[in-house]
Design a protein around this ligand. Structure first.
Ligand SMILES: NC(=O)c1ccc[n+]([C@@H]2O[C@H](COP(=O)([O-])OP(=O)(O)OC[C@H]3O[C@@H](n4cnc5c(N)ncnc54)[C@H](OP(=O)(O)O)[C@@H]3O)[C@@H](O)[C@H]2O)c1
Length: 242
């Protein structure tokens, strides 16, 4: 089996609570190198960490992927953490009257478009013989089957769009980069700035720490069947209906 020391991980959206927790957990392991991508500057000191700032424009995503390709590191784990639920000018919509196209487009861009732009640009970086698990933070509320409560139009729809983009990419990756397996991952409700305003009705035992979720994700990544197709799974490794 390949030694962990030889492995490289890539974490995109590393400045968020879950992204930072994934970086911290990876560095606790005997990983060779971690590339972390964020809009923010680095707050972690570790010789194995390369922290690159990015504005998530297509140009900057392409530039970073070109640098990664040039470095030719064997990337075995990619985690894409980007996502938004509320911002300065938008909140999850409770009623249809609250829908605003500008806010909807912003949420779609961060939750669906930016992750798939990474997956597009990473194809030539990841394609090869080296096994790689590429996980993207999705959300259970993106499940069309599971939508019983309604509300949260933009967040739900953008995560459902993300899931469809991942499904489509997984079919093309199976042809062009069969060494890469994709996972759409639901972390469960986790205590982060994203969920902060909506934690009121969540019992303590169901509100996870970012560190717990990062550990669960990396444990799943370590044991998942790398040759099976895209899976939509939760923090416990349980499948979620599409
Ligand atoms: N917390 C939960 O309960 C929960 C539940 C289900 C799913 N999730 C998903 O988990 C993921 C991580 O979220 P979190 O809870 O850790 O929230 P967070 O702390 O608010 O992190 C936000 C993440 O989104 C990125 N981001 C924020 N605004 C952005 C923008 N304008 N353009 C591009 N990227 C932007 C950040 O990347 P930078 O490093 O560049 O800042 C960071 O990775 C999200 O995809 C979220 O939908 C969370």
């Amino acid at each position: 089996m390949e030694k962990l020391e030889a492995k490289t991980a890539l974490v995109i959206g590393a400045g968020g609570a879950l992204g930072r927790a994934v970086v911290d957990r990876l560095l606790e392991q005997d990983i060779g190198r971690v590339f972390a991508i964020s809009r923010c500057s680095n707050k972690i000191t570790d010789g194995r960490l390369d922290w690159w700032q990015c504005d998530y424009s297509e140009e900057s995503i392409d530039q970073i992927c070109a640098k990664l390709k040039q470095l030719a590191c064997p990337i075995s784990t990619v985690t894409i953490c980007n996502g938004t639920l509320h911002g300065a000018n938008y909140l999850p919509e409770k009623r249809i009257e609250s829908l605003e196209s500008e806010a909807m487009l912003q949420v779609y861009k961060i939750n669906a478009v930016i992750p798939i732009m990474w997956i597009k640009s990473l194809l030539p970086v990841l394609a090869g013989k080296h096994k790689c698990i590429l996980s993207v933070f999705s959300a259970r509320v993106g499940s069309i089957n599971d939508n019983r409560l309604g509300g949260w139009y933009s967040y739900r729809a953008s995560k459902a769009a993300l899931n469809m983009l991942l499904k489509t990419a997984s079919i093309e990756y199976a042809r062009r980069a069969a060494n890469v397996k994709l996972i759409a991952f639901h972390p469960g409700t986790t205590d982060t700035p994203l969920s902060k305003p909506f934690q009121g009705s969540v019992p303590d035992e169901k509100l996870f720490t970012p560190d717990f979720v990062a550990a669960q994700l990396l444990e799943i990544v370590g044991r998942v069947n790398p040759t099976s197709g895209l899976e939509f799974i939760d923090w416990n490794g349980k499948p979620i209906q599409w």
